[in-house]
Ligand binder design. Structure first.
Ligand code: NAD
Ligand code: KPL
Length: 306
């Protein structure tokens, strides 16, 4: 049987990391770029470029825009959470019945939107701790080894296409508890990222704000439990403390977005958490106060607050 192609929607940092590893393993990958001008620019260059352990790998992958006619059997979506709904809507007509759509966004909310928009597709959620960033010349640096959890809520049956990821050397595991994984990461991000923005500090400096971090963890623990994610709530404060120490020298992703004047994924992180708390009838004074301070901070810098 012919190997099925992966279409990649979102050829940024994570997208390049995944596309290059799949291509390096001999698997067919096609890029879907966001505009004709991006496509033209891409076709003038050598292709995607990944730098791993100081070694560069260039993949001259075929590329097209959403307007192309090629049917899509396997779609890997690596846009930012706020771009996902529009990006997926743009290729919806090209998805074959039962197509696989893998979403690799941080936070929660974008996954549910795609599942609702594509009831006929196999929509898979991912949560990754790998790290990658884009250099000024467009090359992507694989900055942090990590792990990717993939799953469809409640589905214990791992799909056959995971063999492609194994072939590409992408560390991963299938889990029916993917929502728990996503909630856990969201909670960690809510306890760390906004405070690093407001205090303008590296993750490690949050050890000077232990009372605030612990109070947030208490509220987030209650939220996870009320949202039916008791397992994801276990020892949250300890996990946050461990991550603050392990990533002490790093700036959080939200800090980096704000510092670079980029839109943040706030709507899928702390705004999502506050929204869920409200719909569950929970009062979260510390999380809500932090949310308001973060919105004011972004607005004062003319950055989107959604
Ligand atoms: P990125 O900004 O580097 O890449 C996103 C890409 O999507 C951009 O190239 C953009 O042009 C493209 N895009 C947007 N709309 C599109 C459209 N309609 N059609 C085609 N392409 C479109 O973002 P990233 O850092 O790769 O992050 C992607 C997701 O992965 C985010 O949710 C992020 O939180 C998550 N994540 C990133 C990292 C990391 O280290 N970068 C780690 C863990 C999780
Ligand atoms: O995921 C992170 C981020 O910066 O987005 C960590 C480092 C865990 C902090 O929340």
């Amino acid at each position: 049987m012919a190997t099925r192609s992966w279409h990649l929607l979102g050829a940024g940092s994570v997208g390049t990391l995944w596309a290059c590893r799949l291509a390096r393993a001999g698997l067919p990958v096609r890029l879907i770029l966001r505009s004709a001008s991006r496509l033209e620019q891409y076709l003038e260059g050598p292709g995607l470029r990944l730098i791993e352990n100081g070694h560069a790998f260039t993949a001259a992958l075929p590329a097209e825009t959403a307007a192309a006619a090629t049917p899509i059997e396997r779609l890997l979506v690596t846009c930012k959470a706020y771009d996902v709904a529009a990006a997926v809507a743009g290729v919806r007509q090209r998805l074959v019945p039962g197509a696989t759509v893998v979403l690799l966004q941080n936070g929660l909310g974008s996954q549910q939107a795609v599942s609702e928009a594509l009831p006929e597709a196999q929509v898979v959620y991912g949560s990754t701790t790998e790290g990658a960033w884009c250099q000024a010349d467009g090359s992507v640096v694989f900055a942090g080894q990590g792990f990717t959890w993939l799953g469809r809520p409640g589905d214990a049956q791992a799909p056959a296409w995971l063999a492609d990821l194994a072939q590409a050397g992408i560390p991963h595991q299938w889990t029916p508890h993917i929502l728990g994984r996503l909630w856990r990461k969201l909670a960690v991000n809510c306890a760390i990222n906004p405070l690093t923005v407001l205090h303008q500090c590296r993750n490690g400096a949050l050890s000077d704000h232990a009372e605030a971090v612990n109070a947030l963890c208490d509220e987030l623990t209650a939220l996870l439990q009320a949202a039916g994610q008791a397992e994801a709530a276990e020892s949250l404060a300890l996990e946050v403390e461990r991550i603050v120490t392990a990533t002490a020298a790093n700036y959080s992703s939200m800090y980096q977005d704000v510092a670079a004047g980029r839109r943040t994924e706030i709507a899928y992180l702390i705004s999502y958490a506050c929204g869920r708390a409200a719909s569950l009838g929970l009062t979260m004074p510390r999380l809500e106060a932090l949310h308001h301070r973060l919105i004011d901070y972004l607005a004062a810098r003319h950055l989107p607050t959604n």
